[in-house]
Design a protein around this ligand. Structure first.
Ligand SMILES: Nc1ncnc2c1ncn2[C@@H]1O[C@H](COP(=O)(O)OP(=O)(O)OP(=O)(O)O)[C@@H](O)[C@H]1O
Ligand SMILES: [Mg+2]
Length: 367
């Protein structure tokens, strides 16, 4: 799958731009603040129906303007697909495939798979467990609707249970009232736990392979699922055991919403001992593993968006990443960098086609 053309109007700092892309590498070079990341975010919008950066939709409209429009021409398994995303201030976002508006945006997600790596993602390593759960849940949900539904039901039950605990304000609660929610938490929670454990077990090998390729086997790394339940304890039992504590705290303190994915170099958490370059390598290997996972599942090569990923990596690692991305397993790749020489040198040594786009500093680009 690849995008042939992208047309942008009034998206962030880009007043108007049109790109005709290479099927392989597309590189955006230019100074800070020139609009390179904004182009990647436009592609993210067209695949995932939202910005990568958790902004509200209207924040993406160019200042002082009334609307933005993004249009992409894609080719997927021999078929041409035109995607349109438009937003006017004060109105609902319009999203169209081949000139027909979607009723629900969720119908679009998955059609144009995409994996993005941005500097902000280092919070996956350094941040709290929520980010790592979101990564795991996101990957599993893409291929398992039952899992996604269990997750939605679990979160609803959790909200209700927490609301009940909060409202009781530390007073005794009728156990029957909690039990209604406990039942849902248990049945959905067990399904989610099973899904996550199986996923992490299989995904680790993908991850280790990419880490080894990038670091040339210098470090032994691992992933492990860390349950918040005690060894051998079932979810029902855990909820019962924590009931008194939950009543005082005013929220549900055990369950799959407290679990984590532990990331380690040797025997130590990468968060504590990893150098900046090692953390970055960890992040890139995780995301490339995600790419490989999606590709294996859907047999469609996702777009790969690499925002500023070479910063903090030594020349050897950068070289190996580019060589890796040159292999057939990868398709269309988008790279941003502030340093042209950097990219020129590496790309010239490759046999694959590429295009360079220079950001002019005012939201416009030239080839
Ligand atoms: N809604 C908006 N309207 C106008 N300009 C915006 C809007 N949102 C963001 N910008 C501008 O976009 C610019 C940032 O663009 P972008 O993040 O793409 O830069 P970049 O080329 O990736 O830079 P860096 O090399 O620092 O990562 C900033 O100057 C910011 O002020
Ligand atoms: Mg940027």
């Amino acid at each position: 799958m690849f995008v042939k053309e992208l047309h942008i109007v009034n998206f962030k700092n880009i007043a108007e731009a049109t790109f005709a892309f290479s099927r392989r590498f597309n590189c955006f070079v230019g100074n800070n603040g020139a609009g390179k990341t904004n182009v990647l975010d436009a592609l993210h919008q067209l695949s995932m129906c939202k910005s990568y950066f958790n902004l509200s939709d209207t924040q993406n409209i160019r200042h002082e303007e009334a609307f933005f429009v993004l249009q992409g021409k894609y080719e997927r398994e021999g078929n041409e697909i035109e995607v349109y995303c438009g937003l006017k201030r004060g109105q609902k976002k319009v999203f169209k495939k081949n000139h027909k508006a979607y009723e629900r945006l969720s119908e679009h997600i998955g059609l144009l798979p995409l994996v993005m790596i941005a500097p902000e993602d280092v919070s996956l390593i350094d941040g709290g467990s929520e980010e790592r759960r979101r990564l795991v849940d996101g990957i599993i949900s893409q291929s398992d609707r039952d899992y996604l539904h269990a997750l939605i039901r679990y979160n609803k039950a959790l909200q209700q249970r927490n609301a009940l605990l909060r409202a009781s304000d530390g007073r005794v609660i009728d156990p029957m009232m909690l039990e209604v929610w406990d039942e849902q938490l248990v049945s959905c929670g067990e399904k989610i736990l099973k899904g996550r454990m199986e996923f992490v077990g299989a995904f680790e090998a993908f991850f280790q392979r990419y880490y080894e390729l990038i670091s040339s086997g210098k470090e032994a790394v691992s992933l492990a699922y860390k349950s918040s339940l005690q060894e051998g304890q079932g979810m029902q039992e855990a909820l019962k055991a924590a009931a008194e504590k939950d009543r005082i705290l005013g929220y549900t303190s055990v369950g799959i919403h407290r679990d984590d994915l532990s990331l380690a170099i040797g025997d130590y958490p990468v968060k504590k001992i990893g150098s900046q370059g090692q953390k970055k390598t960890f992040l890139i290997a995780l995301k490339l593993a995600q790419y490989a996972w999606l590709y294996q599942l859907n047999k469609v090569k996702p777009l790969l968006l690499l925002d500023d990923i070479f910063d903090k990596l030594d020349a050897e690692r950068v070289q190996r990443i580019i060589e890796l991305l040159g292999q057939d397993m990868f398709g269309q790749v988008f790279i941003t960098d502030t340093n042209r020489q950097h990219l020129d040198d590496i790309l010239k040594s490759q046999e694959v086609g590429y295009k360079l786009f220079f950001a002019q500093g005012n939201g416009s680009f030239v080839e």
